[in-house]
Design a protein around this ligand. Sequence first.
Ligand SMILES: Nc1nc2c(ncn2[C@@H]2O[C@H](COP(=O)(O)OP(=O)(O)O)[C@@H](O)[C@H]2O)c(=O)[nH]1
Ligand SMILES: [Mg+2]
Length: 289
Amino acid sequence: MPAPSGSSPGPLQPSRVLNVEENVTYPETFEVVHSRHLKESDTVIILIGLVGTGKTAFISEVLGQDVGIGSRLARETAEVRGYRFRLPRMDEDLVLVDTPGFEDHSDDYEILETIANWLEQMYLRKVRFSGILLLHRITDNLARPVVWKHLQSFENIYETQLFSRVLFVTTMWNDRTDKVFVQRERELVSIFWGYMINQGARTIRFQKVTHAAALRVIRFLQEDRGEPPLEPKPGRIPELIRELRWRKNGAGSQSTGIVQVAKHGLHESLESAHRKLGQFLKFLEGKSS
Ligand SMILES: Nc1nc2c(ncn2[C@@H]2O[C@H](COP(=O)(O)OP(=O)(O)O)[C@@H](O)[C@H]2O)c(=O)[nH]1
Ligand SMILES: [Mg+2]
């Protein structure tokens, strides 16, 4: 059982110990990192998904230690946190980034902003970005598009195709292949995820909550498909960060796209009216003098 090493930025208190598998070599140690701690020798994988889709459970399986499964605390503090570790026989550090989970709420923009900050830090620190694991419960009979809608915010920040680095991971299979789940998976792939899959995203089942199954997912994501590194377009991440802030503060969670556009438009017209009024007053001043 690996012990958590010097956990910057704060002590990590595992709530319980997992049923560790026998004959499995877990990472010897791991540490909690924030984006400002990233190093050039790191390789980052970001996990996103709705609350309760198994992101923290996945990371805990990799590490061999419960790092807060089912915890809502992380959600409340909206904390995005990386776990740095090294797998046996590997000569690079992996950082799995856990996110609080989207809930189709205005807080989502805060999470997206933090993820965008990670992307910016990764770029500035020349960190390798393996890609994104997008977790989805196969047991969900409603396909809520909120996560893949959010993911599309990041679509245009890279010169190269981001979606080819996205891996849809279906969870909660419980080692069974129920017909209804297989049918649902087919629908997700052909309808809901079709747009991203056509652009290179892939999908895999996290069939069973085990260390080996989690590593299989990571290896699948990291498979070398001869893709060029992800290069952000100049200035595009800070621009996205501003946009996300504006959406969080200005538009509110319930606003539809149209309302947002209208609000933006209204803001623009007010500014322009203000400018025109200023010019008019100057003109009057000129006349009276
Ligand atoms: N059966 C099953 N349970 C899972 C799986 N992944 C997570 N869980 C459970 O689902 C609950 C929520 O998982 P958690 O990792 O906290 O979700 P998060 O909010 O995405 O981090 C916990 O009780 C986990 O033990 C899975 O693949 N199969
Ligand atoms: Mg979690």
